[in-house]
Design a protein around this ligand. Structure first.
Ligand code: ADP
Ligand code: MG
Length: 613
């Protein structure tokens, strides 16, 4: 037998590493843009074609590389950023593992053009699947341009598992936004299939947030500022009234590195506790500055998770800082959204005053006297069982009156029976209760339908069919509505235009980041066209990252959620009947697309049991 253990070739090792570091085009963009930032660039340009599947390129004006560095940087564990273990605890750069370029080069066709300011000529290196296939002097600008073509060309499994172009583009935009937000002092631009999606000049952080998310954000931001010894905090939280139901605009940067952290997220959620309804999530853009000694960013290859030494202290300081910010900016508690109407106290009109409730005391009451109805210990005001009977004994005891009572009862009984007779075979008309449930008789008992859930299911199937057959009824608007979107959202809307058309939107591109809505799906109204589009985008984006469901399904779900009938809407008998009919014609009538029940039944047997029969 020969020995079988051997060391993997660099080629294979790099491909394996690539699997961890580069999951999709967006990961490559993240690594390349971070390298540009680490190289001290003041301007970074990102170019993508076909969601990065055909091309992704990052051009910077940073320090550039020498001829030998340009070759060396492609080696595994090649980095200029750390030398020794101790350096790991003092990291100020985005990268340090020396894996990114080697990984990308192992699974794509890469071209590097780079030149340092002090050199007359630059260097061009070409690599295909980890092999250097070209290396020559070239004329180029100061800085570095790295283009990556045919990503995953030699890893078909990866390539086949990539999502649709809009989804992958969305991931790229997410990564781009994170770095762009972290470095407002660097100019960034992003070109997607030749369209300039972002054009961000060097600016203040507030301007950067506005540049990334759209002009409307300017009035939504509340500054947060705190400097403590453990942590310095700066940035913004969104005003409570703009909190959304879906995740998306939550950003923590630790020493300018975007991170995800559920614990700190909770601190902010906590600070907003009484200001927003429970299912809403506040937006935030928060920088935490810490001594690098107190954090460990080495726990995940993509470095989006970090460990803090002082996480409890940081939690407390962040919570206090956000509370203070909200207080200082006079963000008064908003009214509760979903309050029981019975608890609503109407405001007092002019000249009205509050009536003080009167307290009546029975001076003859002696809690220690058994016969006066007390329990004997004077502590418990609840009368004993005997006394209950005493209290509720019918006031009139004489015979005549009790006879009358009996005949009253008989009368009622008779009427009820007659009523039941009449309804023995009723035409089953549904009724609505509490403006949210529909009750309808069925052979074996009755069904209760949740109007929102049911409506969501049938809208969902309707839109899914429309997307499949590319036809849905459009409601042409009389007035067109111009909507300014954030560059990211604009890109998404344009990429999804065919689908939006199929769903009944008529949307036209109108200059940079602006669209005109000329028609909306027939179930909606003109006046909420803009809100509808925004809600769709929000839900759609949320689903991309969380559920990873397919495009059509995802769109149909989003639109169904937005346009389904909500609780509170009064329905006519005709509407309810139509709804029930359409529901039972659905391919899956019993659940919403998210798996919540639409219908529950109560059988006659169950009712009988409840009444002891
Ligand atoms: P890391 O960033 O962890 O050091 P990378 O594989 O991303 O590892 O990069 C390897 C090295 O290549 C970097 O340390 C840096 O010296 C050099 N490098 C990469 N990209 C650039 C760039 N855009 N400009 C200048 N140098 C770069
Ligand atoms: Mg790097």
């Amino acid at each position: 037998m020969t020995d079988i253990v051997h060391v993997l070739s660099d080629q294979v090792a790099n491909q394996i590493a690539a699997g961890e570091v580069i999951q999709r085009p967006a990961s490559a963009i993240k690594e390349l843009v971070e390298n540009a930032v680490d190289a001290g660039a003041t301007s970074v340009k990102v170019i993508i074609k076909d969601a990065g599947k055909t091309l992704l390129q990052v051009i910077d004006n940073g320090c550039g590389m020498s001829k030998s560095d340009a070759r060396m940087c492609l080696e595994r564990h090649a980095t200029s950023k750390i030398y020794k273990t101790e350096d790991l605890f003092n990291i100020r750069t985005m990268g340090f593992r020396g894996e990114a370029l080697a990984s990308i080069a192992a699974i794509a066709h890469v071209e590097i053009k780079t030149k340092r300011q002090e050199d007359d000529l630059g260097t061009q290196v070409n690599i295909e699947g980890g092999e250097i296939v070209g290396d020559q002097a070239c004329g180029c600008n100061d800085g570095t341009s790295i283009s990556v073509k045919n990503l995953f060309f030699n890893v078909p499994a990866r390539r086949n598992f990539l999502k649709s172009d809009p989804v992958e583009t969305k991931h790229i935009i997410d990564e781009f936004q994170r770095v762009a937000l972290a470095y407002p002092n660097i100019a960034f631009s992003l070109f997607n299939n030749e369209n300039e999606v972002f054009h961000l000049m060097k600016s203040s952080f507030r301007q950067r947030v506005v540049g990334v998310f759209g002009r409307k954000y300017n009035q939504k931001l509340v500054p947060v500022e705190e400097s403590a010894q453990v942590v310095g905090i700066s940035g913004f939280v969104g005003k409570p009234e703009f909190a959304k139901k879906t995740r998306g605009e939550q950003f923590f940067f630790v020493n300018k590195r975007f991170i995800k952290n559920g614990y700190l997220h909770h601190a902010i959620q906590n600070a907003f506790q009484d200001l927003i309804s429970r299912e809403n999530i506040p937006s935030y853009f928060i920088f935490l500055e810490l001594d690098p000694q107190g954090i460990d960013i080495n726990i995940h290859p993509t470095k989006t998770e970090v460990k803090f030494e002082n996480d409890r202290a940081i939690y407390a300081i962040l919570l206090a800082a956000v509370k203070k910010a909200l207080g200082e900016h006079n963000i008064a508690p908003l009214l509760d959204f979903e309050r029981e109407p019975a608890f609503d106290v109407p405001p007092l009109g002019k000249g009205e005053s509050v009536e003080i409730p009167e307290v009546r005391i029975d001076p003859s009451y002696n809690p220690f006297d058994q016969s006066s109805g007390g329990t004997g210990n004077g502590m418990n005001s609840k009368p004993s069982t005997e006394n209950w009977e005493e209290l509720y004994r019918p006031a009139a005891e004489d015979k005549r009156e009790s006879e009358n009572l009996e005949s009253d009862l008989n009368q009622t009984q008779f009427e009820l029976e007659a009523d039941l007779d009449e309804q023995a075979n009723p035409p089953s008309k549904p009724i609505q209760i509490h403006r949210r449930y529909i009750i309808s008789q069925i052979k074996s008992g009755l069904i209760v339908i949740d109007q929102q859930n049911a409506s969501e299911r049938l809208h969902y199937e309707r839109y899914l069919n429309a997307l499949k057959n590319s036809k849905v009824s459009v409601q042409k608007s009389l007035f067109s509505k111009t909507v300014e979107l954030s560059p990211g959202d604009f890109g998404l809307v344009m990429e999804m235009k065919d689908e939006f058309d199929a769903l009944g939107f008529e949307i036209r591109e109108f200059g940079k980041s602006t669209v005109i809505i000329e028609g909306v799906p027939a179930d909606s109204t003109d006046k909420d066209a803009e809100a509808l589009l925004e809600r769709m985008l929000e839900l759609y984006k949320n689903n991309i990252s969380d559920l990873k469901i397919e495009k059509h399904d995802n769109l149909a779900r989003s639109l169904a959620k937005s346009l389904c009938i909500k609780p509170g809407r009064i329905l006519s008998v005709e509407e309810m009947t139509a709804m029930i009919d359409e529901l039972f014609a659905c391919s899956m009538p019993y659940y919403t697309p998210n798996g919540n029940p639409t219908i529950t039944t109560l059988t006659i047997d169950e009712l009988n049991t409840k009444f002891g029969k």
